[in-house]
Write a protein that binds this ligand. Structure first.
Ligand code: PXP
Length: 240
């Protein structure tokens, strides 16, 4: 049964647009949990553009499902992670100008730096996942530097506009997932997934968990958050 982690950054983005206190991502996390999600995901960015330190502290208190903290390989944010102790950390690349996380982490190219960060987080008892493109070399490098799991970047798959390109990207995800599984890594996937494109990926049994934000929060505007989460969960587990 595939697990669902819901990214609530998008709720915080709306709050920050007015600089006030609503909508509160803490309320969103509670509803996400009630609706049957398996985890809450937040990205604490260096520029604090959406999730704030206060959010992370409160989430750690109130979330009883998996709390997955996405962060750049940055010492200051790592310090925060080590004091809050989320259930897991996902290391992601981060550039200030981007609208959202664009490519996967360059593990092959930045092996030493990322390995150091994994060790620092492991010393604090926090399991680490690496957000990578579905590329065999990146999967092998993640395994080599002792990541616990990988999150395969599904952005290219999500952006395809015809079935031939989608097939190519699907195969890349399938092969990367199989290799990760064979090497003993936990395999998750996320980015750009929607109610229309996610179901095909559930045919890859090695993917344990999908992390989805924008599409669920967008739908929640019209259906309410609990319905949006339940509908996504049903797509991930069609036989239930
Ligand atoms: N996984 C990672 C590592 C991400 O950076 C993001 C975007 O915050 C997501 C999943 C969720 O992406 P989306 O909001 O497009 O569903």
């Amino acid at each position: 049964m595939a697990r669902l982690g819901v990214n609530v950054d998008h709720v915080a983005t709306l709050r920050q647009a007015r600089g006030g206190h609503e909508p509160d991502p803490i309320t969103a996390a509670t509803l996400v949990e009630l609706a049957g999600a398996d985890g809450v995901v937040v990205h604490l960015r260096e520029d604090r553009r959406h999730i704030q330190d206060r959010d992370l502290t409160l989430l750690k208190e109130i979330v009883h499902i998996q709390l997955n903290l996405e962060m750049a390989a940055d010492e200051a944010v790592a310090k925060m992670a080590l004091s809050i102790k989320p259930d897991m950390v996902t290391l992601v690349p981060e550039r200030r100008q981007e609208l959202t996380t664009e490519g996967g982490l360059a593990v092959v190219e930045r092996k030493d730096r990322i390995h150091e960060m994994i060790q620092l987080l492991h010393d604090g008892g926090i399991p680490v996942s690496l957000f990578i493109d579905p590329d065999q070399q990146q999967v092998r490098a993640a395994h080599k530097i002792q990541a616990d799991s990988i999150e395969l970047h599904t952005g290219r798959y999500a952006n395809t506009r015809n079935s031939k390109d989608q097939q190519t990207e699907f195969e890349a995800l399938e092969q990367a997932a199989k290799l990760g599984y064979k090497l003993g890594l936990g395999v998750n996937a996320g980015h750009g997934l929607t109610y229309h494109n996610v179901q095909r990926l559930t045919k890859i049994p090695e993917i344990l968990e999908f992390n989805i934000g924008h599409s669920i929060i967008s739908r929640a505007i019209f259906t309410g958050l609990e319905t949006a989460v339940r509908d996504m969960k049903a797509l991930l587990n069609p036989l239930r």
